[in-house]
Design a protein around this ligand. Structure first.
Ligand SMILES: [Zn+2]
Length: 228
């Protein structure tokens, strides 16, 4: 059942490792099928050792439909997101170190876009949620509370949740959030007062709009949209 999507989950799990967004067996990925079933990675298995049968299929209440493995310990949070956001079909949780490090900076409640790739893929500034325990439903509640427009939330002292209409959207948000966090922290380390140059709100909004024309199957970017 759902062989193609199970392979996608495993392939993207390996990509999380390749982009250094997870270490060993941490993190998880989940897809909601158009027919309502939820596919979730198993608890504590390495992505490069995972096979299709390891991916669990369950219903929206967590009842297992297919699979022998124990599902991710964050399943309650993942199901909470799917229950409360019908527009979301892909969820990824990582322990990506650079984006998570942003939550250690005192006084920050959001990570402001400073690279265009983050504006595009995260759909704007990324909120920082207060600490919540791993494995709790709170991680899911944080997504619903903080991701009103953004496709990512930084969980203080823990990691990141990304969401999207598809799993690919959630993957892009996680990868570009990390890339931007690396650049931001490098720049910040070079600024004695901790202040870096910022993009304006208008520039951020413009980049969020531009991404709607990115890739195959979308129209060419209107020239008016990319005027300085
Ligand atoms: Zn975690």
């Amino acid at each position: 059942m759902f062989s193609e999507q199970k392979r996608q989950i495993i392939e993207y799990g390996i990509l999380l490792d390749r982009y250094e967004l997870v270490s060993l067996t941490c993190g998880n990925l989940a897809i909601r099928m158009p027919t309502g079933e939820i596919l979730i990675t198993p608890s504590g298995l390495a992505y490069d050792k995972m096979v299709e049968d390891d991916v669990i299929v369950c219903d929206i209440d967590g009842n297992i439909i297919e699979g022998e493995r124990k599902p991710s310990s964050d399943t309650p949070a993942i199901l909470y997101i799917f229950k409360n956001r019908p527009d979301i079909n892909g969820v990824i949780h990582t322990h990506q170190p650079y984006a998570t490090a942003i939550s250690l900076i005192p006084g920050l409640t959001e990570f402001r876009v400073c690279f265009t790739g983050m504006a595009n893929t995260c759909c704007g500034n990324v909120p920082i949620a207060p600490f919540s325990p791993a494995g709790s439903v709170e991680m899911g509640k944080d997504v619903i509370k903080y991701c009103t427009t953004a496709r990512a939330v930084i969980l203080s002292n823990h990691g990141v949740m990304t969401i999207g209409p598809s799993l690919k959207d959630a993957l892009y948000a996680a990868v570009y959030l990390e890339e931007t966090a690396k650049g931001y922290l490098a720049a910040r380390a070079c600024c004695p007062d901790g202040k870096t140059n910022e993009m304006t709100d208008e520039q951020i909004d413009q980049m969020v709009e531009v991404f709607k024309y990115y890739g195959q199957g979308t129209p060419v970017i209107p020239t008016d949209l990319v005027k300085k």
